[in-house]
Design a protein around this ligand. Structure first.
Ligand code: 2BA
Length: 110
């Protein structure tokens, strides 16, 4: 058995969860925050049999689509004698999903 952790955009969360539950997968949603953009995202935990992992990833892919390029204003501190907070435009890729597949040593429902 595997535990699949999928970090998805909040915009895609509902569609991904609906798709997975319609295909009879159990999902736990965690509200998380990206360390770089410091924006909310969602981490989904899906426990699945080894042979189902590819199907789960393909369902997530269907709903999250491809990465898109986005320009965001990142805060930074400029100036030497005085602290001056400013923003700097930066190009990042958003969308898609970041997926980790981890072995499950033991699984029990009691
Ligand atoms: P964030 O950390 O907010 O990152 C958002 C996007 O900013 C990333 O998209 C990436 O395109 C860019 N980015 C992240 N760190 C960067 C850096 N140090 N320098 C330049 N650009 C950077 P994704 O790669 O699609 O990641 C989306 C979210 O998935 C991340 O949100 C984070 O919450 C999670 N994530 C991605 N890779 C991870 C990893 N290796 N471990 C844990 N969480 C990860």
């Amino acid at each position: 058995m595997k535990m699949i952790y999928a970090i998805v955009r909040n915009d895609n969360e509902d569609d991904v969860v609906s798709q997975l539950t319609q295909h009879h997968y159990s999902v736990t949603r965690l509200s998380t925050t990206g360390g770089f953009l410091r924006k909310g995202n969602t981490t989904l935990m899906i426990g699945a049999e080894d042979e189902k992992v590819d199907e789960v990833i393909s369902l997530i892919k269907q709903e999250c689509g491809q990465h898109q390029k986005l320009t965001v204003n990142m805060p930074y501190i400029s100036g030497t004698s005085m602290v001056n907070y400013a923003t700097m435009p930066m190009h990042v890729e958003v969308g898609g999903a970041t997926i980790f597949v981890v072995n499950v040593e033991r699984y029990e429902k009691i």
